[in-house]
Design a protein around this ligand. Structure first.
Ligand code: SAH
Length: 222
């Protein structure tokens, strides 16, 4: 028997993803498997499959399902790939990518969010995701190079450190500030070139840190 969440998830995949042009079957089935209701605060579980972002605490959000699917599809993640996820937040995007990749390293700058996401992912059995706490705007050099880098916070541009940590042929997706608002950029590293294109107009929280914007005054962390 299908659970109510399972049925909402199936509708989400059909109506919010497939009907809007997400074609990659591996991405659609990963989005159909990850229980999004586990990644939102308990009092918002009812809204887990709505077509929008939701607040997850500390002023941060879990992205709209369509935008997660669009970003993950653009990353063309293969089974043997190592993925860097910048901005763990709830851990939802990391969980989706863990279904497609060999391993995901996910960086979050807010210690409480990193700890909660690590606990949640462990409890749900996503054991190929490693959550680390730090400034992911400069990547995570310890595990580089990455086949795919997914950034879910918007910066003024793509930090050069993130491009440097891509393998040859590696893909990166990141929202950046453009002249008329934020755009989601998708790029691929070919030798010393980074070929980029714009895939959608978006709205993300800011990427704070050395490769992004300055943290608010009084912040004593990363
Ligand atoms: N992928 C997340 C969405 C998170 S929103 C999900 O599926 O739930 C963006 C996250 O990026 C926030 O949690 C924010 O704290 C984090 N963030 C912002 N700047 C960062 C940085 N320099 N390094 C790591 N995380 C950062």
């Amino acid at each position: 028997m299908e659970t109510p969440e399972g049925s909402r998830r199936r509708v989400m995949v059909r109506r919010h993803l497939a009907a809007r042009g997400i074609r990659d079957q591996r991405v659609l089935s990963a989005m159909g498997l990850v229980p999004r209701e586990e990644f939102v605060p308990a009092d918002m579980a009812e809204s887990a499959y709505d077509d929008g972002p939701l607040l997850i605490g500390w002023g941060q959000t879990i992205s709209q399902p369509y935008i997660v699917a669009l970003a993950v599809e653009a990353l063309s993640i293969g089974r043997d790939d190592l993925v860097l996820d910048v901005g763990t937040g709830s851990g939802y995007a990391a969980a989706v990518m863990s279904q497609l990749a060999s391993r995901v390293v996910s960086v979050e700058r807010i210690p409480a969010l990193a700890a909660a996401a690590a606990r949640r992912l462990g409890r749900l059995g996503y054991d190929n995701v490693e959550v680390v706490c730090g400034d992911g705007s400069i990547g995570w050099p310890e595990s580089a190079p990455y086949d795919a880098v997914c950034v879910s916070a918007a910066g003024p541009g793509v930090p050069s450190q993130l491009i440097d940590q891509l393998s040859e042929g590696g893909r990166l997706v990141m929202p950046t500030e453009g002249p008329t608002g934020q755009v989601l950029i998708s790029g691929i590293r070919r030798r010393d070139e980074f070929e980029r294109r714009e895939i959608a107009a978006v709205r993300f929280v800011p990427l704070l840190g050395a490769g992004g914007y300055d943290p608010p005054a009084g912040w004593d962390g990363f």
